[in-house]
Design a protein around this ligand. Structure first.
Ligand code: PRX
Length: 630
């Protein structure tokens, strides 16, 4: 299935042009099906209805596990590396992983979980998280992983949105020198989550925790009672595989839904081709499984390809800033995939941490999650890749399920700050304000996709109309990504960032509305507006304009109080970096905050604020500028 050179790459693009359906059916054919499909594709972007391989029956875990057992059963599937460098790492073979998944599937079944039930996972980066994800998929339950850095309120909101029946969590999680009290947070969340029937708790930190009788059960005790044999549920190609929440520009987070067959096919296709995975390669993606990158490129993509996937529990700077490179050397990592924010923060620590280690095993480097600046790209290429390992700058989203725009490592040329070209099978285009495709090169506009691909999200859980409004209404007939894009003279794509009110901070999606409503909880706050500003390490920092009922006596105190509220309502990742207390916000006559102006002021670009004639009160802007210059 892997494209091995430029001739094959061009041939694949040609094949797709002739018949997109045949192109994808050929890929689908390489998987294990209980029953082949009746129809390859059926779609309507106006109603946002997309069906791939309808009528087909399969189970994704048979493709991740069972089909590899006779050939590579003894090969390591998951190589787990603990937060503490002195704790023993764990290698789990494909045979062992298959057994563990079956065993936990039986635990879920014994507690009454059936096909279609939703299960929430709130766990640290331990092998049991991967096991729980796959166990859900094995029995046809829909997993909803919530990143273990989210607050109790974010967790219960997500549980309630999907009416999850069970929560899988741990007593706590290690992250660097800290312990996250996961069960304590979960207990607070569960007080507001009536749909949960039971909770399974993994012992990881040995923290003292409160277990609720008849609701909470220990993972280890349940496992002991279960057999390692569990036949896989036969799923329809379009049955839901998982829900994963992502921030929106307005309102509550969106439960993005992915379905079974299309997601599976694209996860493997993109994994093998972008990273040019070869049998035996040791592959490490540093993301957390709480995000889409972890779903597609720690669990599903690598396991579908029979790779050895590394899972790291800790953080890049613990015990020191050489941790990533020590892991690369010790484990002979061949393919390394991380985020620009990690690259920038490690670059800032100096090269001594890098040069202590032998990084010669690295063949391919990847980046994802936000635009990478030229300086960070060059450092990554030179210091980490030794000027030889190609970098793949991979653009994609929770909603796309897999990598959409990227060079294929060593096949087509990389270029600093450019994601380069859509993968064969992806019809990306740049449109102007009116939705007209800008076919020429050297243009800038908004990034859309014209034709469905197998792993496109199918809906927002419980709100299909919001799905249509968010992605298919701005430019009818096209999927709108929400990103801006520049196409250079050679037709290469560079992603310029979000054009809506989503902020990407350290590679995490944050919705301005969510942060604002947390700030507005403060008794002295009447209104707030959040924008991003350029930040050396995080890419974007969080800048808050706040209007108070009465002038705060001590700004330091109110800043801390507001950040505590954000931590409680959203999570620490959304904390404000800079506050500015103002008397008014620039609003249009219809009451909409003009964030464009606030963004410029936050970046200290005071001239060229653009057209302010539609503002209700243009004096507001002058006052904010005066405040900002103080
Ligand atoms: O703005 C783009 C940015 O991350 C957004 C998607 O975020 P999320 O759904 O959390 O998924 C992140 C991991 C796939 C996009 O709309 N983004 C992602 N990759 C890149 C990027 N921006 C620039 N370059 C990238 N390689």
């Amino acid at each position: 299935m892997r494209i091995k050179n430029l001739t094959e790459y061009n041939k694949e693009k040609e094949k797709f042009k002739i018949s997109p359906e045949k192109f994808w059916a050929e890929k689908a054919d390489t998987f294990t099906w209980h029953k082949k499909w009746d129809e390859i594709l059926n779609w309507d972007f106006h109603k946002a209805n997309i069906n791939w391989f309808s009528g087909g029956k399969l189970n994704i875990t048979e493709n991740c596990l069972d089909r590899h057992l006779s050939s590579i059963g003894d090969q390591t599937a998951i190589k787990w590396i603990a937060n503490d460098p002195n704790e023993k790492n764990i290698d789990i073979t494909y045979i062992e992983l298959h057994q563990k998944v079956c065993q936990f599937s039986n635990v879920l079944k014994s507690k009454g979980i059936k096909k279609g039930d939703r299960i929430c996972l709130y766990m640290p980066m331990v092998p049991e998280l991967a096991v729980a994800v796959l166990a859900c998929a094995r029995i046809g339950a829909i997993h909803s992983v919530v990143f273990a850095g989210f607050s109790a309120k974010s967790l219960s909101d997500r549980i309630n949105d999907a009416s999850c029946k069970a929560l899988i969590t741990a007593d706590g999680g290690f992250r660097g020198s800290k312990i996250t009290p996961l069960k304590e947070i979960a207990n607070e969340a569960l007080a507001n989550s009536p749909s949960i029937d039971f909770c399974i708790v993994l012992k990881r930190t040995n923290s003292k925790i409160e277990m609720v009788k008849n609701r909470d059960f220990w993972w280890d005790e349940e496992i002991k009672k279960s057999s390692t044999n569990c036949p896989a549920e036969s799923m329809d190609a379009e049955d839901k595989l998982f829900i994963l929440y992502t921030s929106g520009s307005t309102g509550k987070p969106k439960g993005i839904v992915h379905s079974t067959a299309g997601y599976m096919i694209y996860a493997q296709y993109s994994f093998e081709n972008v990273f040019q995975y070869n049998e035996g390669d040791i592959y490490w993606c540093t993301a957390d499984i709480g995000w889409i990158t972890g779903h597609s490129y720690i669990i599903y993509g690598p396991l579908l390809s029979g790779a050895t996937t590394v899972m790291f529990e800790g953080v890049p700077t613990y015990p020191d800033a050489g941790r990533f490179w020590e892991i690369v050397e010790k484990n002979n990592i061949n393919i390394f995939y991380t985020a620009p924010t990690a690259i920038r923060s490690l670059e800032a620590m100096g090269n001594d941490y890098v040069r202590k280690y032998n990084l010669n095993s690295l063949k391919v480097l990847g980046t994802v999650g936000e635009p990478i600046n030229e300086d960070a790209w060059n450092w990554y290429f030179k210091e980490i890749g030794g000027n030889t390992a190609p970098i793949v700058d991979t653009w994609w989203q929770t909603e796309t399920g897999g990598i959409m725009i990227s060079n294929l490592a060593g096949i087509n040329k990389a270029k600093a700050t450019f994601a380069t070209l859509p993968l064969p099978g992806i019809e990306a285009c740049v449109v102007d304000e009116n939705g007209e495709e800008m076919k020429k090169n050297n243009i800038e506009g908004k990034l859309c996709i014209k034709f469905p691909w197998p792993s496109i999200a199918r809906t927002i859980y419980g709100d299909h109309q919001r799905f249509i409004n968010t992605y298919f209404s701005a430019f009818p007939g096209k999927y709108f990504s929400g990103d801006g894009c520049y196409k250079n003279k050679d037709g290469l794509f560079r992603i310029t960032g979000r054009v809506d009110d989503v902020l990407i901070v350290s590679g995490h999606n944050l919705g301005t509305a969510e942060i604002e409503s947390a700030i507005d909880e403060h008794e002295n706050v009447c209104e707030s507006a959040i924008v991003g500003y350029p930040h050396q390490i995080k890419g974007n920092g969080v800048f808050a304009y706040v209007i108070c009922h009465h002038k705060p006596k001590d700004e330091k105190t109110i800043n801390t109080e507001i950040n505590n509220l954000i931590t409680r309502h959203v999570g620490p990742i959304a904390k404000v970096d800079k506050f500015l207390y103002v008397e008014g916000l620039p609003k249009t006559r219809s009451g909409k905050i003009m964030r464009r102006i606030l963004r410029k002021i936050a970046s200290k670009e005071y001239s060229n604020l653009g057209d302010t004639s539609t503002l209700l009160d243009p004096n507001v802007v002058e006052n904010i500028i005066l405040e900002s210059k103080k």
